[in-house]
Design a protein around this ligand. Structure first.
Ligand code: PMP
Length: 397
């Protein structure tokens, strides 16, 4: 019975890391999966996380279950971070929320919630998007459609195309947007464009679903929430999936959250019960450790300050690597204007390399990037930068 089952295709991104790990070449560089690395190519534990974990170990009194939607204190701290403490959606008790196993867990819960409670809704995602988005939402049984996002001729947001498509989406559908640091393009709407997008969707009766996996990696922790807050107007409804994988470097601890903003406090109470029902049948209740760490850091003035400085340092290093990469490409004699790379935000850069060039990079130079041409800039270091730029020079030359 089981013998007839064929192997599944390799994952578009994680499959590359498996191939990377088994590559014997010593000069190999992995710029595929979205993991931050420091200048030594390591993904270290943040000091504030280590301190919080040590304190938690000493204080731990039980390993009994958490409530279905997770730790109340954590959920409140996350909502403060997302919406800003004292925001009307918080004061008005308009939020249903849950602690989830990572951002992916939040997306899956959101998808299941939509499938169960908004029958017939289609989910619209940007073209391109993170390849796991279609995987997750297909698994929920949601119909998917795309809206244009990227102008590859000019390496910028195709704002006109995007807005025109959003204006045609039927009422009752859901639009998935990347809260900041769009993956894979690194191109985000401006503040003014966010406001316009929010009002178009609101007028049409379309529900925004924001995937917010990189808070703090573009301009700052507060600054990066500007898009999300443009949607959080009086009486507006929206869903937000957030993740602490990147900005707390807590990848393997699986810490995220889903916030659903309802029109009223009464509506939010009903939404919370439906949210709990979805989680109960998916995984019953979330794991505690990562969320306890985040909660402790966010609630301690000293640890929080350290964390804000850590995120700023990660952001600065990525931006330095962006500039270094552009300079490196010029030095390697790669033809073309790559200055757009310094305009892109977050971990990723859409290099414009073709599928064949991406394959040559891997086969001939052991440089691993995603087939779409997406480069994880946060994987570049002062040591590997020149090698990568020269390898690109070789495959495009
Ligand atoms: N959304 C996007 C756009 C992402 O890039 C990622 C991580 N690669 C996630 C969600 C999920 O992150 P997590 O590891 O927390 O599940």
């Amino acid at each position: 019975m089981l013998e007839q089952i064929e192997p599944a295709p390799a994952d578009a991104i994680l499959g590359l890391t498996a191939a990377f790990n088994s590559d014997p070449r010593s000069e190999k560089v992995n710029l595929s999966v979205g993991v931050y690395k420091d200048e030594h190519g390591k993904t270290p534990i943040l000091d504030c996380v280590r301190t919080a974990a040590t304190e938690l170990a000493a204080e731990a009194a039980t390993k009994s279950y958490l409530p279905i939607p997770g730790l109340v204190e954590y959920r409140e701290a996350v909502c403060d971070l997302l919406f800003g403490s004292g925001h009307e959606v918080i004061e008005g008790k308009r939020i249903a929320s849950a602690q989830t196993p990572g951002g992916t867990g939040a997306l899956r819960v959101a998808g299941e919630f939509i499938k169960a409670n908004l029958p017939g809704a289609t989910l619209w995602h940007s073209d391109p998007t993170w390849p796991n988005h279609p995987n997750v939402f297909n698994a929920c049984g949601l119909p998917l459609k795309k809206y244009p996002y990227f102008d590859s001729q000019n390496d910028r947001l195709d704002y006109e195309g995007m807005l025109a498509a959003l204006k045609k989406i039927p009422a009752g559908d859901v639009v998935l947007l990347h809260g900041c640091c769009h993956n894979p393009t690194g191109v985000d709407p401006t503040g003014q464009q966010w406001t316009e997008i929010a009002s178009v969707l609101r007028e049409r009766g379309v529900l925004p679903l924001l995937d917010f996996a990189y808070q703090g990696f573009a301009d700052g922790i507060e600054e990066d929430a500007a898009g999300l807050r443009a949607f959080s107007t009086e009486g507006a409804e929206l869903m937000v999936c957030s993740s602490f994988s990147k900005n707390f470097s807590l990848y393997r601890e699986r810490v995220g959250a889903l916030a659903i903003v309802g029109k009223t406090a009464e509506s939010a109470s009903a939404l919370q019960t439906q949210l709990n029902a979805v989680i109960r049948r998916l995984y019953s209740n979330p794991p505690a450790h990562g969320a306890e760490i985040v909660n402790k850091v966010l609630r301690s003035a000293t640890l929080r300050e350290q964390w804000i400085a850590d995120v700023a340092a990660m952001r600065r290093r990525i931006n330095n690597m962006r500039q270094g990469f552009v300079d490196g490409l010029a030095e390697a004699g790669v033809p073309g204007d790559f200055s757009f790379i310094t305009q892109q935000r977050g971990m990723f850069s859409f290099s414009g390399l073709s599928k064949e060039q991406v394959e040559s990079l891997r086969d001939e130079h052991a440089v691993y990037i995603v087939g779409s041409g997406r480069i994880n800039v946060a994987g570049l270091t002062p040591t590997n930068l020149k090698y990568v730029a020269e390898a690109i020079g070789d495959v495009v030359g």
